[in-house]
Design a protein around this ligand. Structure first.
Ligand SMILES: N[C@@H](CCC(=O)N[C@@H](CS)C(=O)NCC(=O)O)C(=O)O
Length: 220
């Protein structure tokens, strides 16, 4: 593997003409930013989508048989190269599709990642809360979800994008906020004024619009 220097690594990645396979559940959540990165680049990929009703396809079969070093969802298979961990996969895809601009520029890179990781965790918290019964669900919503949503709202302010140009912050925040809106429509209402224009701007990116209208997109 060309891991001695970055040029070698890029050459290694470019040399792969193999089909790129993304494995994840057939819903957005943690796999979704990866799909957006590929769609923004119009990069060809195929998906293995697992369903909760046939979760055994993953847990009982592919989790063992795919020979992943750290079996998990999402996973990426590119020729004989396999990795897991969603953020790791995002980094690989950005390099593969040559979309380094998505990291942001200068010190902003760290602020972009701040939003990326906060949103990744928040998506997971929203999902966990949906598995809880009424009282606990309300508790998680009030203590773990709404405070973070408010922080995001403060950072976004009256902008329709987190930074001057599109970055991973927008991709991750879109995934999280769209999920929050669909899961907690009542609670979302108080944030709609600030977040609706943000969601709309992302949805109006031509390649995102095409993707959202396609069969590839799993609606919530
Ligand atoms: N840190 C991992 C977490 C992965 C994870 O929790 N995956 C969940 C879905 S979001 C899953 O269902 N994994 C399948 C499994 O545990 O086998 C990542 O970011 O990829």
């Amino acid at each position: 593997m060309g891991c001695q220097n970055s040029t070698g690594l890029i050459n290694d990645i470019e040399a792969k003409n193999s089909n790129l396979i993304l494995g994840y559940w057939g819903f957005p959540l943690r796999g979704q930013p990866l799909r957006y990165i590929l769609e923004l680049a119009n990069y060809p990929y195929t998906e293995t989508k697992y369903t909760l009703s046939q979760a055994n396809e993953w847990f009982g079969k592919d989790k063992q048989e795919l020979q992943l070093d750290f079996p998990n969802l999402p996973y990426l298979i590119h020729g004989d190269f396999t990795i897991t961990e969603s953020s790791n996969i995002a980094n690989y895809l950005i390099q593969l599709t040559n979309q380094q601009y998505l990291y942001g520029e200068g010190q902003d890179k760290y602020r972009v990642d701040n939003i990326r990781f906060v949103c990744d965790e928040l998506t997971s918290k929203i999902f966990s809360s949906t598995l809880q019964k009424d009282e606990e669900k309300k508790n998680q919503l009030n203590t773990q979800i709404l405070p973070k949503i408010k922080q995001l709202q403060k950072v976004l302010g009256s902008q329709t994008q987190f930074f001057k140009k599109l970055t991973l912050a927008d991709i991750y925040a879109y995934t999280t906020l769209n999920y929050f809106k669909k899961t907690y429509p009542q609670e979302y209402k108080q944030f709609a004024f600030g977040f609706d224009p943000f969601l709309k701007r992302f949805e109006e990116i031509p390649r995102i619009q095409t993707y959202h209208q396609s069969q590839r997109y799993d609606k919530l």
